[in-house]
Write a protein that binds this ligand. Sequence first.
Ligand SMILES: Nc1ncnc2c1ncn2[C@@H]1O[C@H](COP(=O)(O)OP(=O)(O)OP(=O)(O)O)[C@@H](O)[C@H]1O
Length: 452
Amino acid sequence: MELYPGFALYRGLYELAQFSFEGNSSGASGMKWQNLSESTNGMKEVLIIMFAEWIVMLFAAFYIDQVLSSGSRKNPLFFLKGSQKKSPLQKLGTQMQVSKVFSQIEKPDVIQEKEKVEMLLLEPTINHAILCEDLKKVYPGRDGNADKFAVRGLFLSVPQGECFGMLGPNGAGKTSFINMMIGLTKPTSGTAFVQGLDIRTQMDEIYTTMGVCPQHDLLWENLTGREHLLFYGRLKNLRGSILTQAVEESLKGLNLFHGGVADKQVGKYSGGMKRRLSVAISLIGDPKVVYMDEPSSGLDPASRKSLWNVVKHAKQNRAIILTTHSMEEAEALCDRLGIFVNGSLQCVGNAKELKARYGGTYVFTLTTSSEHEKDVENMVQKLTPNANKIYHLSGTQKFELPKEDVRIADVFEAVDAAKRKFTVSAWGLVDTTLEDVFIKVASEAQTFDTLS
Ligand SMILES: Nc1ncnc2c1ncn2[C@@H]1O[C@H](COP(=O)(O)OP(=O)(O)OP(=O)(O)O)[C@@H](O)[C@H]1O
């Protein structure tokens, strides 16, 4: 029975108790090393059994972990095989990875960004606040699930004075990227330099020049807004009147000063007030690099506008990386944007460039009575045979007109001519919005990934 570890432990404890009981009554001490050799003392076998079992169990646990519980399961005889030959499926997987890399290489703006980073890495300059070099994050798969590639080889450079907007659908990997940059998680491979400091080894120094507004507010319910700012200000080495002034300015800037709000416990704040306090915390102490993960989520329009003013003012002497789902916010605040899908950048550029590159159409809408719908179609066909009808409901029709085929003046003339022939209740011509670009880039990338 002692081969079962529980019994071996019991026997050992029993022997110890026995020796100390006898020692108590005879005035001797309990078990000593020399007592191990006594024939009636089972402790020696117990120690041998437990030591041998410890080694056996260690190997057994390692083996079971490799073949059963890990996401990347191994063959049960993996220890007999040397370097395993790849199965055709694995080879296909590798080819797909290569083709995926190739497809990324085809995006000129992303390659340009990579080349810029490589050049900057050769001659590091303080002007570039953030440089990401082939940054990757892989979450190991659990319970038989495959590994999750949250960030796949990101190259990015953000200079001082720039606000870089990171757009992307849910689950694209934006928060995973920010978590690596702020030292919450380690990169699986690759690295990033913040003011020339490596995030793998010099995070302590980076913290002194960094501000973070996390996606979910991390605040103490019992402290007031002012106390939060005083605390973080002190952490950033502000003291005395400089600290008091920084806190006052911060509270005023984020609309948390009037009506005694600053001295209320945070537990009594509304969601929007907490968000504004998080932004204030990220900016206190003049950090040179700031990360804002969806800073305006949950804010009413007025608070959002005042937050934008604060961010616009703040970006003048620092680098900001901001993630958002609001295209309006991205256009209002960001000097450059990157659309991030399935862990990789699909495009980089300012809003104008992206719209010009990806938005190759105007959207033309015209409303008339139902009997003149055919006339409208004919009119659009005359403007361009490549027009594409995207919407049609009781007299209202929407068409995509390729920009290279139509001139805006021709559209106005065509509508004027149409007005003379039949009643036009309403019409409009709209250029591509950033939202159109986002939807197009994200859906193309997701389709490609699904096919892969
Ligand atoms: N700790 C984790 N373990 C395993 N997978 C994770 C972990 N954290 C995130 N993921 C996965 O990584 C992917 C990227 O998640 P992440 O939170 O970075 O996306 P996101 O772009 O910030 O999304 P959202 O816009 O919704 O905040 C998701 O598929 C998510 O499920």
